[in-house]
Design a protein around this ligand. Structure first.
Ligand SMILES: Cc1ncc(COP(=O)(O)O)c(C=O)c1O
Length: 401
C-alpha cells in the first residue's frame, strides 16, 4: 500500500486548508472558499502525471469506471468484453449500465490479450473494458490494432495502474475514456476517490454531467444550471480530494522506489529455477505496485502458498483461490444474483457464465502469486523476504522434481 505508507504532514496540510474554509463541496461557494479548490487541484495533479487533456475527480474508482463506460456510450444491450481477472467493479459497471459482459482470456500480462479478445468477439460486440492489472499494462500494440480493425470502443479500467504507461502513453488514455482508483490500497489514495480521464472534450462533458446529476457546471447558480443528461451523484468531497492532491504529488517518488524494490527482489528470485514473472510489456512504464511471481503450474503455486503460510510470510495474494478478483470466486455473477432485475436478465446473457471455457486464464491464474511492493522496504527487509520466498518455492518445487 505505498500511498498510505507515506501519509504525513503534506496530507494534513491539504486537509487543513479545507477545514479552515469549511467548504467540503467541490462546486460553487466561491466567496467563502478563499480560492481553495481541492478537487480541481487533484485533477490537475493527475493531468500533470498522465498528460490527460481532461480529468474529473469522483467518489471512487468504481464510479470512475462507470462514468467512463457511460460517457463512451455503453448502455442497455451492448456487449462488452471484460476480463475474468479484475476487481469486480469493472464487471458490475457494465451490468449496472445495462451492458452484457463477455469474458475473454487473459495472458501472462495478467490482462486481456488481443488473441483472447479476438476469439470472444461476436457480431454484436461494441466495446472492450480493458483492465490493467497489478500495476502493469496490457500488450497495447496488438489490442489497439484489433480495436481499429473491428471499430470497437475501448474503455480502460486502470484502477490498479495509475501512473503506469506503455511506450510513453499512460494507461487510461489509449481509448475513449479511462478510470483510476485512489482507494486505500492504491499507489496514491484519497481515502476514497477515483479519477476519470479522456482526451476527448465531448466524452469529458458527458462524464462531468453524469457524475453530478446531469449538471453542466456552467455559471455560478447551481440551482439553475442546465442538465444535458440524466446522471447521479458520484461527486468527490473536498476533504477526500485534498488527500488525493498530496498523495498524487508523491507518486513519482513512489514509482521510482517501487521499481527499484521490485527489480531488487526480481534479481534475487530469478536465481530460483522454477520462478518466473508476469510479463511487463513496457518495463519503463511499470508502476511496480506488485511483484508477480509465476510458478511452473498450479499445484506448485499452491504448495508454495502453503509453505509461505507455514513460514509466516505475508503480504501476498493468491488470487486463484483466495481473492474475489477472480471469476472462480464470482458465484453471484455466474448465477446473476441481483437485488432487482437488470437488463441482462431480460435480454439474456451472451455466455453461460457457469460454463466458461478459459483454459489460458485458469493456467496463468493458478500459477500466479502477487506480492504488494512497499516503497519503504529496506534492502535488509527485501533480502529476508527474497530468501523466505526462495526457500518456500524450492521446497514446493522439490516435491515434483
Ligand atoms: C482494477 C480496479 N478497478 C476498479 C476498482 C474500484 O476502485 P474503488 O475501490 O476506488 O471503487 C479497483 C479497486 O480495487 C480496481 O482494482
Amino acid at each position: 500500500m505505498p500511498g498510505t505508507e507515506l501519509y504525513g504532514a503534506e496530507e494534513r496540510k491539504e486537509i487543513n486548508d479545507v477545514l479552515e474554509t469549511g467548504i467540503f463541496f467541490r462546486y460553487n461557494h466561491d466567496a467563502q472558499r478563499h480560492n481553495i479548490w481541492k478537487a480541481k487541484d487533484f485533477e490537475q495533479e493527475v493531468k500533470n502525471i498522465t498528460g490527460a487533456k481532461y480529468a474529473h475527480a469522483v467518489s471512487n474508482g468504481s464510479a470512475a469506471i462507470m462514468a467512463a463506460l457511460a460517457a463512451a456510450g455503453i448502455g442497455t444491450g451492448d456487449e462488452v468484453i471484460v476480463p475474468p481477472f479484475t476487481y469486480i467493479a469493472s464487471v458490475e459497471a457494465v451490468l449496472l449500465l445495462g451492458g452484457l459482459p463477455i469474458f475473454a482470456e487473459i495472458d501472462e500480462t495478467l490482462c486481456l490479450s488481443a488473441d483472447g479478445i479476438r476469439k470472444a468477439l461476436t457480431p454484436k460486440t461494441k466495446a472492450i473494458c480493458l483492465v490493467h492489472m497489478c500495476g502493469g499494462m496490457a500488450d497495447m500494440d496488438g489490442i489497439m490494432a484489433l480495436v481499429k480493425e473491428k471499430n470497437l470502443i475501448l474503455v480502460e479500467d486502470a484502477g490498479q495502474a495509475f501512473a503506469a504507461s506503455y511506450k510513453g502513453i499512460y494507461t487510461g488514455l489509449f481509448g475513449k475514456a479511462g478510470a483510476y482508483s485512489f482507494d486505500f490500497f492504491k499507489i496514491a489514495t484519497a481515502g476514497e476517490g477515483g479519477i476519470f480521464v479522456t482526451n476527448d472534450e465531448h466524452t469529458y462533458k458527458m462524464a462531468d454531467s453524469f457524475c453530478d446529476h446531469g449538471h453542466d457546471h456552467v455559471g455560478s447558480n447551481r440551482g439553475m444550471e442546465n442538465h444535458p443528461v440524466i446522471g447521479f451523484n458520484f461527486r468527490i468531497s473536498e476533504l477526500h480530494a485534498a488527500i488525493g492532491v498530496a498523495q498524487t504529488r508523491k507518486v513519482p517518488f513512489i514509482k521510482e522506489k517501487n521499481n527499484y524494490n521490485k527489480s531488487y527482489l526480481q534479481s534475487k528470485l530469478s536465481k530460483v529455477n522454477g520462478i518466473s514473472f508476469a510479463k511487463v510489456c513496457d518495463p519503463n512504464g511499470d508502476s511496480a505496485t506488485f511483484l508477480n511471481l509465476l510458478l511452473p503450474d498450479t499445484e506448485t503455486a499452491k504448495r508454495t502458498v502453503d509453505e509461505m503460510n507455514k513460514a509466516g510470510i505475508g503480504g501476498f495474494n493468491y488470487w486463484f483461490t483466495n481473492m474475489y478478483h477472480f471469476i472462480n470466486q464470482w458465484e453471484h455473477i455466474k448465477d446473476l444474483k441481483t437485488t432487482s432485475k437488470l437488463p441482462i436478465e431480460l435480454l439474456g446473457a451472451p455466455q453461460d457464465y457457469n460454463q466458461l471455457h478459459l483454459p489460458k486464464t485458469q493456467e496463468v491464474m493458478g500459477r500466479l502469486i502477487s506480492f504488494g511492493v512497499r516503497c519503504t522496504w529496506t534492502e535488509a527487509q527485501m533480502d529476508t523476504l527474497a530468501a523466505g520466498i526462495a526457500s518456500c518455492a524450492e521446497k514446493a518445487l522439490t516435491v515434483i522434481a
